[in-house]
Write a protein that binds this ligand. Structure first.
Ligand SMILES: Cc1cc2nc3c(=O)[nH]c(=O)nc-3n(C[C@H](O)[C@H](O)[C@H](O)COP(=O)(O)OP(=O)(O)OC[C@H]3O[C@@H](n4cnc5c(N)ncnc54)[C@H](O)[C@@H]3O)c2cc1C
Length: 538
């Protein structure tokens, strides 16, 4: 990330989550000059803090058929575009003893209407597929759900945009929007690493800041756009308790999906209106509820080792001008909306994207860049259905055994740095050089470093030493980066400490406090204050 003086661009994209990366990729492919800015790392907002499910659409077929149809089409599209970010786990919708078996008929009918390939299978077959599933289930349906590596996919789109000339500025926060003659003409940015401020002139601005969208438009004097932050919590369990995405076959509710991602399984989620997208506390009640919900799907769930809890915020769209607000955030549609500020507020040069799903990022990007082209009076067709972003591997889906196979090839030649996620020294050094970051949490997102059972306990001091050895950091900066990483991990670990994970935390504590005394090492100021998105346990 080179220092930037004054900047000028055709299109400024605010927000580097799934939507913003998709928009940057789409606009760059159409030949626009693009700058993408995010106040933190890419996907550090909701797009890296979600459930990890590439929706088949099954969840919405009864309640939200338009969202279902969008998911059906975009699920198939993303499988083609970023195959190696997707594990084709398949999905099951199951009727637990607490669910009404008749819902299964409405579900099948909805799947047919949305052209979603779903099939009822015998319960015995479902239990053969997933032996830990509740043996009391009464019906089971297969669907093409899958698991996504969100960080990998978002970086694929951002790298693709960069390969077409886009500039990606992480850790650049928009602190003001410039207006001239009734139009937004650029923004004031603050470099969150250095505190330096700079201005960017932009021909057009796309607000893809998700749950923060209302904060951004307020900077242009626009009030009242109805983006409701809908908070949800998720818990990662130590193992793949299932290998297929398991959904309860019922109206969307809390804690009704279990997603196997890489080496863990994630139970979620809740949906609670939040006043501020940066204040998303996780309560003990929510944790208990999630564990009980897990028990309904997989008996013995509570006895399993829970690794970590986190929360994210949905950018649900309900404009006050489009009718009375829904009392329950679950009743707000999961479709997306392009907010046209010319039409709505008389402000040119600005569009806001709101609502939607991670799964529908490509379609959302297409819709908003189409809307921008209409306002600019230019005809540049969307190409994102045909072109695959770079770095999508060999066109195969990710398989759980991939890392182990790669590791076995270098078993005797290379030091293993992260045992849980099988990260060798070569890959770690290559990523540190490529990302050019001094923040170990950025490296975590790129490689999943420290995301396994020890939560960084065994790998992160090694990684810190390597970062230091590569001369990216001096001693004081290295200590600060290490401490910053440990503090971020700790926020998600301590609310669910019990059993084996409590023992692990004690061991980590002995290593870092007892042996290394990390809190008393001479330290530089941490490179960046992470925006308050980690759950603050209440
Ligand atoms: C609990 C939960 C579970 C979910 N599960 C799924 C799922 O399984 N499958 C699915 O498809 N969808 C799921 N979703 C929905 C999905 O995660 C979101 O719709 C999607 O990630 C939103 O992406 P986004 O890019 O719009 O927002 P974000 O990813 O939040 O990106 C917005 C970005 O804007 C940046 N930003 C904010 N303010 C500023 C500023 N002032 N200057 C610069 N940058 C700024 C933020 O740092 C952030 O990176 C889930 C959502 C939640 C909350």
């Amino acid at each position: 990330m080179a220092p930037v003086a004054g900047l000028r661009t055709e299109v400024l994209v605010i927000g580097g989550g799934a939507t913003g990366a998709g928009v940057a990729w789409d606009a760059a492919l159409r030949g626009f000059d693009v700058v993408l800015v995010d106040r933190a790392d890419l996907s550090q907002g909701t797009s890296g803090r979600f459930h990890g499910l590439l929706h088949s659409g099954g969840r919405y077929v009864v309640k939200d058929p338009v969202a279902a149809e969008e998911c059906v089409a975009e699920n198939a599209m993303l499988r083609k575009l970023v195959p190696d970010s997707i594990e084709d786990t398949g999905g099951l919708f199951v009727t637990t003893p607490d669910d009404d078996p008749a819902y299964g008929d409405r579900f099948l009918e909805g799947c047919r209407a949305a052209s979603l390939p779903a099939e009822e299978i015998p319960v015995a077959e479902a239990l053969r597929m997933e032996p830990r599933l509740n043996p009391g289930i009464r019906r089971a349906f297969t669907v093409p759900d899958a698991a996504i590596d969100a960080w990998k996919a978002v970086w694929s789109f951002a790298d693709g945009a960069a390969a077409h000339g886009a500039r990606i500025l992480t850790y650049h926060k928009v602190v003001g929007l410039h207006r001239s003659n009734g139009a937004v003409t650029g923004a004031r940015l603050r470099n969150e690493r250095t505190g330096e401020e700079l201005d960017i002139e932009a021909g057009f601005t796309i607000n893809a800041s998700g749950a923060w969208a209302a904060q951004i438009v307020r900077m242009a004097g626009i009030e009242g756009i109805g983006v409701i932050p809908g908070k949800g919590i998720m818990i990662a369990m130590n193992h793949r308790l299932v290998n297929t995405v398991i959904n309860r076959c019922t109206m969307p509710a809390d804690g009704d999906i279990l997603v196997p991602i890489r080496t863990v399984s994630v139970i979620g989620t809740t949906d609670i209106r939040s006043a501020d997208p940066d204040e998303i506390p996780v309560t003990q009640d929510e944790i208990d509820q999630m564990l009980d919900d897990g028990e309904r799907l997989v008996p013995g769930f509570r006895q399993q080792r829970a690794l970590r809890v986190w929360a994210g915020v949905r950018p649900l769209f309900q404009d006050e001008r489009s009718g009375p607000a829904a009392a329950d955030t679950r009743d707000v549609s999961r479709t997306h909306a392009v907010v046209d500020h010319r039409e709505r507020d008389g402000v040119d040069g600005l569009l806001t994207m709101s609502g939607g799903k991670w799964t529908t990022l490509r379609l959302m990007a297409q819709d908003i860049v189409d809307a921008m082209c209409r306002q600019l009076g230019t005809d540049r067709p969307c190409r994102t259905t045909e072109v695959r972003p770079p770095g999508s591997g060999d066109g195969q889906h990710y398989h759980l055994g991939n890392r182990l196979r790669a590791r076995e090839a270098t078993l005797r030649d290379e030091q293993l740095i992260c045992e849980c996620e099988l990260i060798g020294r070569g890959r770690l050094e290559e990523t540190m050089r490529r990302r050019g970051t001094t923040d170990l949490d950025d490296i975590r997102r790129s490689l999943r470093l420290g995301m396994g059972p020890c939560q960084g306990g065994f790998c992160i001091y090694r990684a810190t030493g390597i970062l230091h050895g590569l001369e990216r950091l001096d001693g004081e900066q290295a200590s600060a980066s290490l401490l910053g990483f440990l503090q971020e991990r700790w926020k998600g670990v301590w609310p669910i400490l019990y059993g084996d994970q409590l023992r692990q935390a004690r061991l980590d504590d002995w290593i870092f406090q007892g042996l290394l005394d990390v809190e008393h090492l001479p330290q530089a100021k941490p490179p960046v204050e992470a925006p308050g998105q980690e759950p603050v346990p209440a």
